[in-house]
Write a protein that binds this ligand. Structure first.
Ligand code: TPP
Length: 338
């Protein structure tokens, strides 16, 4: 299925594979903890889990520098973690604590970590795409060599602004990579019930933007494709588009498997779970001559501890006090209150 650049996995350095594996497992373990806390109703902000899609954030972000720009969506944890955002600040944000990355005022859908180039997530479907276009414009004008990344779901391709952004990015040859995570549904509707022609490639190519579709559960395919595209973007060749075919394992929002809703079949979910992106990269890694499965166990132990520490940190943190409620917000005169 993959039309991506599928170089032999042997040619990928073990270090790169291991780093992607660590990122993916960190996202998975973190979200498993979050799911547990959601069931307990300890976390009460709306949470859109990324379980099943980890290879996309890891494969793309593995190619980025810390000062490249990433813009994310309501399904934000994977991109935040893959770009280097701190787990403690993320967990604290989900609990609304003042030590959270958005000072406890944003919740899961409004994360930010500019110190690592994670410029923010937005709950407005497709709303992050013009924002990424903005940093791409600045990158072009300043000639600073930075690349902007817009991650979005297939639902964003239903929006008019998506098409406007494709046009402008192409017209001005902006340094931006569009990453569509096509998990086959926008909430409960498949793309075939939303668009007359569900084939995205034609729409992207109509704007003269290079398009590649890859298996989004294969971190190596995502990595290789994004690497080639980002190299060209840095060389001034303008935007590129990668469509990553994938599937979310859990409900649109919240921690349940949501099979009772009736919009997807148990056997489809099982099919995709069989094609677990983490299982896949683990099997690639263990085929490397110089890699031992003991190392994988050590990584898992270390990451579980890191997740546990983020939880302890959150428990020990305070909620914002009432005097600070308007800090870091915009007042009625449109001034940012420090
Ligand atoms: C402009 C806008 N329209 C509708 C919504 C309601 N909404 C929230 S998430 C979502 C589905 C988005 O699907 P997709 O972009 O494919 O991302 P996924 O949830 O599959 O990751 C919708 C329609 C919204 N937040 N913003």
């Amino acid at each position: 299925m993959s039309e991506g650049f599928s170089e032999s996995i042997e040619s990928l350095p073990t270090g790169v594979l291991e780093e992607m594996y660590v990122t993916m497992l960190k996202i998975r373990l973190f979200e498993e903890k979050v799911a547990e806390r959601l069931y307990e109703k300890e976390i009460i902000c709306p949470v859109h889990l990324y379980v099943g899609q980890e290879a996309i954030a890891a494969g793309v972000c593995q190619n980025l520098n810390i000062d490249d720009y990433v813009f994310s969506t309501h399904r934000s944890h994977g991109h935040y973690i893959a770009k280097g955002g701190g787990l403690k600040e993320l967990m604290a944000e989900l609990y609304g604590k003042e030590t959270g990355c958005s000072k406890g005022k944003g919740g899961s859908m409004h994360l930010v970590a500019p110190e690592v180039g994670y410029m923010g997530s937005s709950a407005i479907v497709a709303g992050n795409i013009p924002l990424a276009l903005g940093t791409a414009f600045s990158g072009k004008l300043l000639g600073n060599g930075k690349v902007s990344v817009a991650f979005f779901g297939d639902g964003a391709t239903d929006e008019g602004v998506f098409y406007e952004c494709l046009n402008i990015a192409s017209l001005y040859k902006l340094p931006i990579i569009f990453v569509c995570e096509n998990n086959l549904f926008s909430t409960h509707l498949p793309i075939s019930m939303r668009q007359a022609n569900p084939d995205l490639s034609m729409k992207v190519k109509a704007n003269s933007i290079p398009f590649v579709r890859v298996d989004g559960n294969d971190a190596v395919a995502v990595y290789n494709t994004a690497r080639k595209m980002i190299e060209k973007i840095r060389n001034g060749e303008g935007p590129a588009f990668i469509e990553c075919m994938t599937f979310r394992w859990l409900a649109h929002v919240g921690p349940t498997p949501d099979l009772d809703v009736g919009y997807r079949k148990k056997k489809d979910v099982e099919y995709w779970m069989e094609r677990c992106p983490i299982k896949k990269i683990r099997s690639v890694l263990t085929k490397k001559k110089d890699y031992s499965s003991r190392k994988l166990d050590d990584i898992e132990k270390r990451l579980k501890k890191e997740v546990e520490e983020s939880f302890e940190f959150t428990k020990a943190s305070n909620y914002p006090n009432s005097q600070n409620l308007l800090r870091h917000a915009i007042n009625t005169e449109s001034e940012v209150i420090q």
